[in-house]
Design a binder for this molecule. Structure first.
Ligand code: IVH
Length: 722
């Protein structure tokens, strides 16, 4: 591991200059900071995407970019033409051809302790409705810390190699992959189509040698073996890749014309027989106790392996069960990564600051003296909330032995997975004598903010109706952002300008559309303003007009409701289908009980917290009025359910009732939804099909009365071809 300040370690500058509020800066100071941040973020982009050598942690990068955007919003004239704030990060590099994965490349859910592994096992058994007494068999495989690669073989010949990219689209690195010795160029006797997936990695010794060679030749060095492996694979000149010592472990597959085996373990055996390296520490384990024993074994060998691993991956062994379990949006239900414990480091906590979020949440953050943790220099840590700082959890039980956190304290920092650092412990013996307990209310008063902490909640929030300009602007910025309304020519800079304007103000989303009403007066007012000519004013109005007709999911996401991200917005749109239905449901569910509330909670992926946030927003008169003003301006398109090709139940509304014997409700619902059906909790005139098991009662009677088609579980399974 590298020491603080070493050249190759990604550093975290997040805390260095985020102290002075943007509003208090004079233009001179702002310009200097904008210039510095523009260069720094651009360099970080380049280092990350172009060279696979990140110089900043993700959190620090985000903090810098956010700060730059804030400054640009406040001082639009100072925004540079080469500003990196408009750019998106994770798109595949332009320099390789793109490959769209026929079967998505997924990531894994993480777990950190035995309790979470038990939960994983319990969840699976519940989903599959397995007997309590019977242990499930899993595989335990080391989690290799490299980069994943998908190798496509047709008639046994390697025809394509692609990186993961965003999971849907990766980079074509076929020429480079061919230079890796562990990757067979042909697989005699393989199925006609076979995509083998696994991890490209570099060993410790090889990494050291490579860095020494790079230094000798005056070339850049790599932060860690993973970056070295990624940088070596993603070379435009495959000759360079050939000269780099890369290895490959196979552990998964994508498209396949025939299955490799019945089990994960068997499939790995087949891959090994084809000539792939598979990890020799892979174990077959019956039950979670055996999994934890395998974990302990791998952890014990970790230091002497000669390559980096960051945990152990557990997978359900039976491939038939894997198939039944299926996937959530980005992770399989049948696998989990049991990560090794995070690394720790001590440092001084310099300052506790409060950040105001878009949704009004007030979050305390620790500014730290920079310190290296797990190869990355960190200078910020999350402090969660008031109780966390005070040394209590949500139930009032002590955490960190009840020690509170104060400015000036020595704190122990850790990184869990790749997330923002957290504070594990406080060294009271080093506490400065004048250190004072942190008081949220006092601090808010000092900042001139009115906050409140709702009964039973841990988070302080801005008092209702109090929307400071920063928050209003953030909300508008969210509204026009890419996954939301994505209005061309209306970015942070213009939002800031219109927000401050008294004649043509944009204070809430509806204002954007009233502004653009093709009213000659607005147009002429706008074009007399700096930055707008006849053409650009007309273009902006047109871009806004183009968005009046918009899909339901985008509208829901754009509202910026707490806990409702893009995924959730898609689910809600798919469930309700139209703005009218959604709007009506949010209001009817307001009581937190009754059919509309139950229906909302029955959506797979919507929990009580999200549901409460949704109905809570519509229950606030001012919020609701603002949303309704927006809806008046729009032509919201109905949302169509995914028409799953050839699916006999696509678009149908299905109700399950009574006892299902071959699968659990959760499984039945997930399957039906994967086939494009909508699963409802109650029978109505809109129901197309009722699947009734033994013991079906009132719902079956209702279906009969309404003349709705009713079948039993076996007929359902035949219908969906299971
Ligand atoms: S299975 C559908 N097995 O970890 C499951 N992944 O954090 C796909 N990884 O993207 C992954 N060792 O790059 C699997 N034995 C292993 C692995 C492994 C390393 C990586 C892989 C994945 C990432 C998720």
């Amino acid at each position: 591991m590298s020491a603080p300040g070493e050249r190759e370690s990604p550093k975290d500058n997040g805390g260095a200059f985020v102290d002075s509020p943007v509003a208090s800066l004079d233009p001179g100071a702002a310009k200097a900071e904008i210039d510095r941040l523009t260069v720094e973020v651009t360099q970080a982009n380049h280092a990350y995407h172009g060279e696979d050598a990140p110089v900043l942690s993700d959190a620090a990068y985000d903090a810098l970019k956010r700060r730059l955007a804030e400054l640009e919003t406040r001082f639009p004239d100072l925004k540079r033409s080469d500003s990196p704030t408009e750019r998106v990060g994770a798109t595949p590099s332009e320099t390789f051809d793109k490959v769209s994965h026929r079967v998505r490349m997924l990531s894994l859910e993480n777990a950190f302790d035995a309790g979470e592994i038990d939960e994983f096992d319990t969840r699976i058994r519940r989903f599959l409705n397995l007997d309590a007494g019977e242990d499930l068999t899993y595989t335990a495989e080391p989690k290799i810390d490299g980069l994943s690669l998908s190798l496509r073989y047709v008639e046994g010949v390697l025809v394509q190699a692609a990186t993961r990219g965003d999971g849907e689209t990766g980079e074509n690195v076929t020429a480079n992959a061919r230079t890796i010795r562990d990757i067979p160029k042909s697989l005699p006797g393989a199925p006609a189509v076979l995509e083998v997936r696994g991890e490209v990695y570099m060993g410790h010794d090889e990494f050291q040698d490579l860095n020494a060679r790079q230094t000798r030749e005056g070339l850049k060095t790599f932060a860690n073996p993973r970056n070295a492996a990624a940088g070596s694979l993603r070379q435009l000149d495959a000759g360079i890749t050939a000269a780099r010592p890369l290895h490959f472990f196979a552990y998964a597959w994508g498209e396949m014309s025939e299955p490799l085996a019945d089990t994960q373990f068997g499939a790995l055996d087949r891959l090994a027989a084809f000539g792939f390296q598979t990890n020799p520490m892979t174990r077959e384990c019956k039950g979670t106790v055996a999994l934890l024993a395998a974990y302990a074994e791998v952890e014990q060998k970790r230091a002497t392996l000669g390559y980096d691993i960051d945990g152990v991956v557990y997978k359900v062994n039976s491939l038939a069960l894997q198939q039944r379990l299926g996937f959530r949006s980005t992770t399989p239900r049948w696998a989990i990564a049991h990560k090794f414990p995070a690394e720790l480091a001590w440092t001084r906590l310099e300052k506790i600051e409060i950040q105001v979020g878009r949704t009004g949440a007030l979050s305390p953050v620790a500014r730290l003296a920079p310190v290296t943790v797990g190869g990355v220099v960190v200078s910020n840590a999350t402090l969660h909330n008031e109780d966390y700082i005070a040394g209590r959890d949500a139930k009032g039980n002590p955490i960190r032995g009840g020690k509170d956190i104060r400015e000036g304290d020595w704190v122990q920092v850790y990184r869990a997975g790749d997330v923002i650092p957290k504070i594990a412990d406080v060294d009271l013996s080093k506490r400065p004598e004048d250190a004072r307990a942190f008081d949220f209310a006092t601090e808010l008063a000092r900042l001139g903010l009115r906050g409140l902490r709702p009964e039973g909640e841990s988070v302080w929030r801005l008092a209702e109706g109090q929307i400071p300009p920063e928050v209003a602007i953030e909300r508008l910025n969210h509204f026009v952002s890419r996954g939301a309304f994505d209005i061309e020519g209306l970015g942070p800079r213009q939002i800031e300008m219109f927000y401050a304007d008294d004649t043509l103000p944009i204070r809430e989303p509806a204002d954007i559309f009233t502004l653009a009403r093709r009213d000659a007066r607005n147009l002429s007012r706008l074009k007399n303003r700096d930055g707008f000519g006849e053409r650009s004013a007309g273009n902006l109005f047109q871009a806004i007009e183009d968005r009046r007709k918009i899909s339901l999911n985008r509208v829901i996401f754009a509202l910026g409701i707490r806990h409702v991200g893009e995924n959730a917005a898609n689910l809600l749109a798919r469930h309700y289908g139209s703005w009218t239905a959604f709007h009506h449901a949010m209001i009817s569910a307001g009581a937190g009980e009754g059919p509309a509330w139950d229906d909302l909670l029955a959506i797979d992926g919507v929990g009580a917290v999200m549901a409460a946030s949704l109905v809570g927003t519509f229950a606030q008169a001012a919020e609701r009025a603002s949303i309704e003003r927006l809806a008046e301006e729009l032509d919201v398109e109905d949302s169509r359910r995914p028409m799953t090709e050839g699916s006999p139940v696509a678009g149908k509304t299905v109700v399950f009732t009574g006892t299902l014997e071959k699968m659990t409700r959760a499984e039945a619902k997930a399957r039906a939804e994967a086939l494009g059906a909508k699963v409802a909790g109650s029978v109505s005139a809109k129901t197309d099909l009722v699947v009734a098991g033994p013991g079906a009662g009132s719902k079956a009677k209702q279906a009969e009365a309404l003349g709705i088609e009713m079948i039993d579980e076996d007929a359902w399974l035949r219908l969906i071809g299971a």
